[in-house]
Write a protein that binds this ligand. Structure first.
Ligand SMILES: Cc1cc2nc3c(=O)[nH]c(=O)nc-3n(C[C@H](O)[C@H](O)[C@H](O)COP(=O)(O)OP(=O)(O)OC[C@H]3O[C@@H](n4cnc5c(N)ncnc54)[C@H](O)[C@@H]3O)c2cc1C
Length: 494
């Protein structure tokens, strides 16, 4: 194993470390830097070179640990390149309280890590590591260059400078416990079936829950290589966009280490709908509309903004936010939804608006007058739903027909059958149960020396830079936690 190159943290690194951790670093880093006979391959092994894993790795290294990052792809940070449409909306420049209001469930779990490394500290961190940043509408922060690659470069630079050893093409297959140091003791771990990672295997779980705070001792790779470590961070991401490497491996590893994995479902995802006429409006974007979603008779969600029709249903900012807030409901069954196309106009005013358009064009066919009030692509669908002949001349439209048009405008309804697939979901809802993880250090409450960071945990947020902020904050906490743990272990061993 090569000697860690990062024992000499630079002054700015130490300053950032102090700034983000709130602690003064004592003397030179490198307390854990001794290598030799009986020493593990690394103090901290980080599994997964995504946003959370890279942040965990440099945080642990900056805190003085010998760190090795394992990434199964040919390069680290594959998903970062596609974030924010290639521009990477890497955080939201809001205060932590506001941030937490964008986390639909388990926000309180993030309290400590987000306050420990908040959006302002994240922006400062990237600036310190050579990435100029800017803040746009809605407090969305981007690299000034509009290139996501600048975020990855900053992380790579930080890892290089702090001496993280990066091992690509290295897929972690198994966490090792005392007495399991060689390949002959491997359990049968398949890494191909996504569906079973999602926490429903009660029998398996009962089995693993008997594990009583075992200690991790390392990781076994899928090629059989055994790497020993004092602490291991699982930062393998979720199940969304599996082509980037996020194939749910961490759930299997977590279960084997005694953790419960909450059922996973796609979140921040387009929604599939039953009505075939929606596809006629494919590509149509609606601005300033209200979307309401009902679970049975109960209104479960509403929001105002922008949405779009697709060939299978609906998408757009309003829909993605709804998919995150209603992730659990969506998994259980169909939901009814309706769009108020003219939320600013009460029914009476809307009727007056329609009448005005009719009066100005009394002898025209309704299909040619309706586009004055509605988007062209919507007209045939609306008229069909209102049972109005599109060729009917406007001055012969009955009061009842007009009333149906007003009603349909305020209650354009459809049925949401299910969320889109993981292939098109921005994040995964569900994951490692947060009650089983220490929110301050991200250490497992089931297995000593095991830490979690990022999307593998059962936390996800709205769009706007919040999900990457979760990766940075939990990554930072896990890296510092793992380094501190490894330091304690190393002292014990002396
Ligand atoms: C299209 C898209 C756009 C997005 N845009 C934004 C945005 O603009 N802003 C925002 O805040 N969020 C955005 N997100 C969400 C954000 O990218 C994720 O929440 C975040 O990347 C999660 O980071 P992570 O490190 O936890 O997981 P990942 O980024 O999924 O990284 C996990 C890494 O672990 C590796 N890995 C997995 N298993 C193993 C194994 N067994 N051994 C070794 N390595 C392994 C994977 O190859 C991968 O590199 C977007 C997501 C998508 C899909």
């Amino acid at each position: 194993m090569r000697e860690n190159a990062g024992s000499q943290a630079t002054a700015p690194q130490r300053a950032v470390r102090e700034k983000v951790s709130g602690k003064k670093s004592v003397g030179k880093p490198g307390l854990l830097r001794k290598t030799g006979k009986g020493m593990p391959d690394a103090d901290v092994l980080v599994i997964g070179g995504g946003a959370a894993g890279m942040m965990a790795a440099c945080s642990a290294a900056e805190a003085g640990a010998r760190v090795m990052l394992l990434e199964k792809n040919e390069k680290a940070g594959k998903k970062i390149y596609i974030t924010g449409k290639g521009r990477c909306n890497f955080t939201n420049a809001c205060d932590p309280e506001d941030f937490l209001s964008h986390v639909p469930c388990h926000a309180s779990f993030l309290y400590s890590s987000v306050y420990g490394f908040d959006p302002a500290a994240v922006i400062a961190w990237f600036e310190e590591h050579g990435c100029r940043t800017k803040v746009e509408r809605g407090n969305r922060a981007f690299p000034q260059s509009d290139h996501a690659s600048d975020i990855t470069k900053a992380l790579e630079r930080a890892m290089r400078e702090s001496g993280v050893q990066i091992r690509l093409h290295s897929e972690a297959a198994r966490i090792l416990f005392p007495g399991q140091q060689d390949e002959t003791e491997r359990e049968d771990v398949s890494l191909t079936d996504d569906s079973e990672h999602c926490g429903e295997k009660a029998a398996d779980r009962a089995d693993v829950q008997q594990v009583d705070r075992r200690k991790v001792t390392g990781v076994c790779l899928s090629d059989g290589t055994v790497l020993s470590a004092r602490a291991v961070v699982i930062a393998t991401g979720g199940l969304s966009y599996p082509t980037t490497g996020s194939t749910g491996d961490g759930y299997r590893l977590a279960e084997k280490a005694g953790h419960t994995v909450e059922p996973c479902s796609p979140s921040l995802v387009p929604l599939c709908c039953a009505e075939e006429d929606l596809s006629e409006m494919q590509g149509l974007s609606l601005k300033n509309v209200t979307l309401r979603i009902f679970n049975g008779k109960r209104k479960a969600w509403d929001g105002f903004g922008e949405m779009m029709f697709t060939h299978f249903g609906v998408t757009g900012p309003l829909v993605l936010t709804a998919s995150a807030d209603l992730a659990d409901c969506l998994r259980k069954g169909q939901l009814k939804a309706e769009i108020d196309l003219k939320p600013a106009l009460p029914e009476l005013k809307l009727d007056e608006r329609i009448l005005r358009a009719f009066e100005q064009n009394p002898n025209k066919e309704i299909r040619n007058v309706a586009p004055e009030v509605y988007p062209q692509k919507m007209v045939p669908v609306l008229l069909r739903r209102c049972r109005i002949d599109p060729q009917k001349v406007v001055n012969s439209i009955t009061k009842a027909e007009r009333a149906r048009l007003v009603y349909e405008t305020k209650h354009f309804s459809f049925t949401i059958t299910h969320p889109g697939s993981f292939r098109e979901a921005v994040v995964t809802h569900g994951g490692v149960r947060v009650r089983e993880v220490d929110p301050g250090t991200m250490e497992s409450r089931k297995t000593a020396g095991l830490f979690f960071a990022g999307e593998v945990l059962d936390v996800d947020a709205h769009t706007g830079g919040y999900n990457l902020q979760i990766a940075w904050s939990t990554g930072r906490a896990a890296g510092l936690g793992a380094a501190a743990y490894a330091k304690g272990q190393s002292k014990e061993a002396e």
